[in-house]
Design a protein around this ligand. Structure first.
Ligand SMILES: [Cu+2]
Length: 302
């Protein structure tokens, strides 16, 4: 009797522990059932594809489990009864083979229809000065191993993974580098050239679409385009968080990344400020070094 009670307690404790674990990790609840989306058109396409396959799988699950339960109850026999020996049913076997084939065919076709919109960057919604561009019709493209280049302005950022931080190189002569936080203008198509310095990492900001391996000596491509209306009203920026998705060493868990979307004017200001800060820091260091050498040479004279 106490054994039964123990088992009941265990059965109750397990789901409670699961709920507690989920409550304790709010970040882990992000997109509990479906992949996160809303930050970029490719993320939305991944979401659509996922939901489509999920619905199909749900129908199959309910159909199979339902039939199983129905058969269990309908053909329940008394203890000791001899089970009927049934050998094959050609019609049925051909039927479920064809059924599975049709389902697979549907998933394949649907996937290939969705793939180009995930892989190929869409054109920017704004130009280099932040002016809105008139809507362009995206040409239907065939899935290929390399992503295509969209028409109009884009922005290419080099993403470099290293134990345990993400480094970004911005376009332009200033060779601006930032770590962890990537700042981009919203509405602009951002093309990422992803690589790594030491071991394999994986770039992943869930709401901005796919995950991409960062491999030393090799450049992988990814893209995203944050919708201009993603910035909440009265605010200056929208922040998307992510995490290195490839176990890359003992501090892998601390290797997170953020993408911050700003309006073009704010982005330009941020960029100019950052470049200025770096220049000031450089001159400061140069001056300090100069002073040090001077002091040293004076000290030598005395
Ligand atoms: Cu990593």
């Amino acid at each position: 009797m106490s054994e039964g009670r123990n088992r009941r307690r265990l059965l109750l404790a397990l789901p409670l522990a699961l709920v507690a674990a989920l409550l304790a990790a709010p970040a882990a609840r992000a997109g509990l059932l479906f992949p996160e989306s809303g930050g970029s058109p490719n993320a939305d396409s991944i979401h659509t594809l996922y939901v489509m396959v999920f619905i199909l799988a749900l129908f199959i699950f309910v159909g199979v489990e339902g039939t199983l339960l129905w058969a269990l109850f309908k053909f329940k026999a008394k203890k000791g009864a001899t089970a009927a020996q049934i050998h094959g049913n050609t019609k049925l076997e051909i039927g479920w083979t064809l059924g599975a084939f049709v389902i697979l065919l549907f998933i394949t076709v649907f996937t290939f229809i969705q793939l180009p919109s995930i892989k190929n960057p869409k054109p920017s919604l704004i130009d280099e000065n932040g002016r809105e561009l008139t809507a362009q019709v995206d040409g239907m493209q065939v899935a290929a191993t390399n992503q295509s280049t969209p028409k109009g302005p884009t922005m290419t950022i080099e993403v470099n993974g290293q134990q345990y931080v993400w480094r970004y190189l911005y376009p332009g002569q200033d060779q601006l580098l930032t770590y962890t936080d990537m700042v981009v203008p919203v509405g602009m198509t951002v093309l990422l050239d992803i690589t790594a310095d030491d071991v394999v990492h994986s770039w992943w900001i869930p709401k901005l679409g796919g995950k991409m391996d960062a491999v030393p000596g090799y450049t992988n491509k990814l893209w995203f385009r944050i919708p201009p209306d993603a910035i909440p009203e009265g605010q200056k920026q929208v922040v998307y968080t992510g995490q290195c998705a490839e176990l890359c060493g003992r501090n892998h868990a601390n290797m997170y990344g953020r993408v911050i979307g700003m309006r073009m004017a704010d982005y330009k200001k941020w960029y100019a400020d950052k470049v200025q800060q770096l220049k000031t820091a450089e001159t400061d260091v140069a001056e300090q070094q100069k002073k040090l050498t001077e002091q040293e040479s004076q000290g030598g004279d005395e």
